[in-house]
Design a binder for this molecule. Structure first.
Ligand SMILES: Cn1ncc2ncnc(NCCc3cnc(NC(=O)Nc4cccc(C(F)(F)F)c4)s3)c21
Length: 275
């Protein structure tokens, strides 16, 4: 597939199909680029809402960061354009939609499936971190699935270049926040790519258990995250338990690196090539 011609992108170039979902800041539609027949997903963002949310610069950063990313487990952002009221993101279409819907339907994933997803996430995060990009918002809602069941990290609206001590008011669930990002007094806390390792641990737990490890009321969730207070159910295999405990470590420097995640016995056991 070659890039759409460099001539000016505009809405008329696309035939708009069904709505694929709606986020906090706009809807996403299936779309076909008329001249090439290329199928994509078109996310429509209303400038007024972005202004109200004070997030315009984040969208610009997302476009800048994601346009340079090429990895099978990272959703492509092919381009963008805008009219007087809206910004349009031209995204790769993920044929099997949102991973969290599959997770909710199945309640939890069998260990072989969870391990394959975590292996793909580790490969994607390794790629991002090599480019000094921290995603910062790894959670089931931000993971999509391609037609072959491969997973794709998406929505880089909260991603930044490392290292970064910018504190953003995070909206949405606290479940995935690492302790170092929770407001801890006044000292300026720098955080690094290691925040994505914590979230990978939370994701592994949620894939296997069907709920997040620190899920509770907002106040209690923050307290349990800060103290690393979680229990791993007995039906979780010792290998999976070992990986979760090596990722959900309060001290960011002590979380196991992505290379070790990829070589972990739980991953190796379920992801032998050709299995
Ligand atoms: C549901 N679905 N099913 C199939 C499918 N295929 C592709 N895409 C889908 N959905 C869209 C997934 C997204 C990818 N990138 C996004 N980016 C974003 O939404 N950015 C963004 C917006 C507003 C505000 C901010 C900010 F600044 F506040 F952070 C950032 S959303 C699909």
């Amino acid at each position: 597939y070659d890039q759409p011609s460099t001539k000016k992108l505009h809405l008329g170039m696309f035939e708009i199909g069904k709505a694929l979902g709606k986020g906090k800041f706009g809807r996403v539609y299936l779309a076909k680029e008329r001249s090439s027949g290329f199928i994509c997903a078109l996310k429509v963002l209303h400038k007024s809402e972005l202004q109200q949310g004070g997030v315009q610069k984040q969208v610009r950063r997302e476009i800048e960061i994601q346009s340079n990313l090429r990895h099978p487990n990272v959703l492509r952002l092919f381009g963008h354009f805008h009219d007087s009221k809206r910004i349009f993101l031209i995204l790769e279409f993920a044929g099997k939609g949102e991973l969290y819907k599959h997770l909710r339907k199945e309640h939890r994933f069998p260990e072989w499936k969870a391990a394959q997803y975590i292996a793909q996430m580790a490969a994607a995060l390794k790629y991002l971190h090599k480019k000094h990009v921290i995603h910062r918002d790894i959670k089931p809602e931000n993971i999509l699935m391609g037609i072959h069941g491969e997973i794709k990290i998406s929505d880089f609206g909260w991603s930044v270049h490392a290292p970064n001590n910018r504190r953003q008011t995070m909206c949405g669930t606290l479940d995935y926040l690492p302790p170092e990002m929770l407001v801890t007094g006044t000292q300026e806390n720098f955080y690094s790519e290691k925040v994505d390792l914590w979230s990978l641990g939370v994701l592994t737990y949620e894939f296997l258990v069907g709920e997040a490890p620190f899920e509770d009321t907002p106040v209690m969730t923050q307290r349990r995250i800060r103290r690393g207070e979680m229990t791993i159910p007995s039906f979780i295999s010792p290998e999976a338990r070992d990986l979760i405990k090596k990722l959900l470590v309060l001290d960011p420097e002590k979380r196991i690196p992505l290379e070790e995640v990829q070589q972990h016995p739980w991953i190796i056991k379920h992801c032998m090539k050709g299995e």
